[in-house]
Design a protein around this ligand. Structure first.
Ligand code: FAD
Length: 272
């Protein structure tokens, strides 16, 4: 892409939550199911407290938000990116923007060079850090999987763990825009059985829903299952019978308004 860290800049809604307060690696890993074992090596080499120390040492103050998430005190992802790019420069890393890797070339099973639209680069080894498949407009289109498959004998097909939720019915497009902070989202299959729920931020997008709550939910479900239904509680602060009363009173006072508009008004009056 034309600039570095595009995904990083949109992470945490532009605030970039850099790590969390879970100090024990075992506790951290337990949140990822059995695949979490993969994380031990990385986290044992560079723990959550190492991450905080890394940024603090380079002038970025951090704060704990919502019990366990750690953000820059400035709430600006730009500050995180600035620390990281400065670190790369200090270590003489040559950053080439807008250079797309086309191929990794091998000879006798050894890497010899990479091909780019701007010519070949000779090398003996390659670290593939091309990101997952989520949010392709930030540059991570899943190319890395193709190169990994081509060049490595040990290749595990990628399973996209963080995926947005595409809605078949696009009614939300007209009605909601932007984020719905901290709405408990409950995911139901065919409305009968609740299989997961989450209380985090959700974001309405062009095609459906995204954001941490949705990623947490879709991580827990079997994506091969047929149509699913997602239910969002816009008014978690109020009990059902009180909401019924509030709705009846509102309709009484605003009898000329359409029911759809009334529901939208009531659902967003507190949560946004
Ligand atoms: C909306 C959203 C919110 C998020 N919020 C948070 C958060 O608050 N905290 C958190 O920890 N994580 C968050 N994440 C996840 C986090 O952003 C990612 O885990 C992280 O960016 C992954 O880093 P990466 O370097 O592996 O990949 P990426 O950040 O995707 O970077 C991959 C890079 O490789 C480049 N690339 C890809 N293919 C090629 C090619 N063929 N040639 C050359 N270059 C290529 C891309 O242009 C890109 O620069 C969020 C993600 C999203 C989408």
């Amino acid at each position: 892409m034309g600039s570095v860290g595009r995904k990083l800049l949109i992470s945490g809604k532009g605030r970039c939550n850099i790590t969390n307060t879970i100090a024990a690696t075992k506790d951290f890993v337990s949140h990822f199911g059995k695949n979490g074992r993969f994380l031990y090596q990385a986290l044992n080499s560079f723990s959550t407290s190492d991450t905080v120390a890394f940024f603090n040492k380079r002038g970025m103050a951090t704060k704990i938000d919502k019990d366990f998430k750690i953000f820059p005190t400035s709430d600006m992802a730009e500050e995180v990116l600035s620390v990281l790019t400065r670190y790369l420069k200090e270590n003489s890393v040559d950053i080439r923007q807008g250079v797309i890797i086309k191929n990794i070339n091998t000879e006798n099973n050894k890497i010899v060079s990479i091909s780019t639209a701007h010519g070949d680069i000779k090398c003996k080894a390659v670290i593939l850090a091309t990101g997952g498949k989520s949010y392709p407009k930030t540059g991570s289109t899943g190319d890395g999987y193709i190169y990994a498959k081509k060049t490595r004998s040990q290749y595990h097909p990628a399973e996209t763990r963080t995926r947005p939720c595409h809605c078949k019915r696009k009614r939300h497009k007209k009605n909601y825009k932007g984020s719905a902070p901290e709405m408990p989202s409950s995911l139901y299959i065919l409305t009968v059985k609740k299989i997961a729920e989450d209380k985090n931020d959700a974001v309405f997008t062009e095609n459906g829903l995204s954001g941490p709550a949705i990623y947490n939910l879709t991580r827990k479900i079997d994506i091969t299952a047929p149509d699913m239904e997602l239910a969002i509680d816009f008014r978690p602060d109020i009990e059902q019978h009180l909401l019924d009363k509030e709705l009846a009173e509102y309709i009484n006072d605003n009898s000329r308004k359409k029911i759809k508009k009334t529901c939208l008004k009531l659902s967003f009056s507190r949560s946004c």
